[in-house]
Write a new protein. Structure first.
Length: 113
């Protein structure tokens, strides 16, 4: 098996010279994001779920293994649907794009404002 690190991205939040964000602000936003206060720097690896396209910020303190799809040879997020079966997000986008193209060729496209 080849290294899964080839699928990793990188996130850097640099508030060393900025005001940062408070824990209250992050909670109010409804997002599960790192809290990077004033004068702080946050760096982490990221992966994109192969089945739904969600970007996951990797927690280096995580002890349980990450979900992995051997069929895609990529990471998947903790969503139970994504971990249960192989449903490639890239394949879904390709299918939708091909359908839209074929519909446009046959005149079945409905344009709306």
């Amino acid at each position: 098996m080849s290294s899964l690190q080839r699928h990793e991205g990188y996130l850097m939040i640099d508030n060393r010279f900025g005001p940062g964000v408070s824990e209250e602000f992050i909670r109010a936003s409804g997002k599960d994001a790192p809290i990077v206060g004033e004068g702080q720097l946050y760096e982490s690896s990221t992966v994109t779920c192969a089945h739904c396209g969600t970007v996951v910020i990797l927690n280096p303190q995580r002890t349980r293994p990450r979900h992995y799809c051997p069929k895609c040879d990529k990471y998947v997020c903790d969503n139970t649907i994504c971990a249960a079966e192989c449903r490639s997000f890239d394949r879904l986008l390709d299918t939708l794009q091909e359908k839209a193209f074929l519909d446009s060729q046959s005149g079945n496209i409905v344009l709306t404002k």
